[in-house]
Ligand binder design. Structure first.
Ligand code: SAH
Length: 371
């Protein structure tokens, strides 16, 4: 089933300024065809791929292994400017950095880079805005601007990998993890997201060579798309934003639940775990007096154990209050009791750290309103 056309109309992206075609949109055959169209021999396509995916270079004028005479033409045809950084904001002693990007049509988007002792994680956006309308999420409040192109997704990764390599965030490092937890619902931009995932995980020179296990695709729970993703043969980590185990509350917290309720989402998650052999993550933003009751922890644990057995891990995210929202994070003792009860059901459960809070770069805070 075509997942996007099966969504209610309101979730489909309006066609705002289509981004220019970019080298990172093309597959290997497309890159060779593009090179040939420019009158270049086949091997140039491979050279360009090395420049982009291995050297993290998207500026043809810097591609010194190309004849100087053709650099400009190659740049114009294959490396148009996709996104311009408007600003970087750092926090957590410089280990978290949010970047605001302007796309070619003025659309704004954000990505967040987080340094940890043992890994470097980039949180990327798959859409500008989001059509899922979850009431506790800042992105959800603004609605959907448009889908990002494959290259607009991939280039967030290139830019961050380059910044890390060049020591823009302190000690030079390597980008090791990608989470699709920025703006947008990745599975509502299915084809481009999967295409981007392939380019993130393919070995050089066809991609950045980041291990699929280190890539997490987070979804509100578009059940048919979860199944389709399972069948792609790329064992990325699936994260499902459940937020409550009961349909009554989930219908309001994650409105798409009206279409694919908890049971269907968990069945799809089970299919994902069975097909890929990967443990599924369950995201649960803990909201004071909304979804943090002991009985909900018990129900969550019981439902997950039944649906997924040992193939599940719960990430509790202390709610990051968004502007204008009356909701808040749960008190720490309530949070601890929630964890304890979920674990008591035999389900693994931990609390997610809250990087980037004070620069509006934490989960659900990305909104890109500023110019
Ligand atoms: N659309 C995808 C990716 C979105 S963001 C999804 O929903 O999974 C990644 C996670 O941040 C999701 O689990 C989302 O529910 C959560 N989130 C959104 N707003 C939040 C907030 N204000 N506080 C804490 N987590 C939030």
């Amino acid at each position: 089933m075509d997942v996007v056309s099966s969504l209610p109309l309101v979730f489909n992206a309006p066609a705002r300024g289509k981004p220019p075609l970019h080298f990172a949109d093309l597959d290997e055959a497309g890159r060779i065809a593009a090179a040939e169209k420019l009158g270049l021999p086949k091997f140039r396509a491979n050279q360009l791929a090395k420049q982009y995916f291995a050297r993290l270079n998207a500026d043809a004028t810097e591609m010194t292994d190309l004849p100087a005479a053709i650099r400009e033409e190659v740049g114009e045809a294959l490396f148009p400017t996709l996104m311009t950084p408007i600003r970087h904001v750092a926090t957590d002693s410089g280990t978290t950095r949010k970047t605001l990007w302007r796309l070619h049509d003025g659309t704004l988007l954000e990505s967040v880079l987080m340094r940890y002792p043992e890994r470097n994680t980039l949180c990327i956006s798959s859409q500008a805005g989001c059509g899922m309308a979850c009431p506790f999420c800042a992105t959800g409040q603004g609605g959907l601007d448009r889908n990002l192109s494959t290259a607009e997704i991939v280039d967030q990764v290139r830019a961050a990998a380059r910044a890390l390599r060049d020591g823009d965030l302190g000690e030079p490092g390597r980008l090791s993890n990608i989470v699709f937890m920025g703006m947008g619902e990745p599975l509502a931009n299915y084809k481009r997201v999967v295409d981007a995932v392939r380019k993130i995980t393919s070995p050089e020179p066809n991609g950045f060579g980041i291990s699929a296990r280190s890539v997490t695709v987070s979804t509100v729970g578009l059940a048919p798309a979860i199944r389709r993703l399972a069948d792609e043969g790329i064992p990325v980590t699936l994260a499902v934003s459940l937020h409550t185990p009961d349909d009554e509350l989930r219908d309001t917290l994650v409105p798409v639940n009206n279409r694919w309720p908890v049971a269907e989402v968990l069945e799809a998650a089970r299919y994902y775990a069975d097909t890929t052999g990967r443990r599924v993550s369950i995201e649960y933003a803990l909201i004071r007096d909304v979804n943090d009751q002991p009985w909900r922890a018990d129900l969550l644990g019981a439902k997950l154990r039944k649906a997924l057995g040992q193939m599940v891990h719960v990430n509790l995210i202390p709610l990051n209050p968004t502007p204008g929202s009356q909701w808040d994070a749960s008190p720490k003792d309530v949070e601890r009791e929630f964890v304890r009860r979920v674990q008591e059901q035999g389900v693994s459960c931990t609390v997610r750290d809250t990087r980037g809070q004070e620069i509006a770069a934490a989960c659900g805070q990305l909104a890109a309103e500023e110019g």
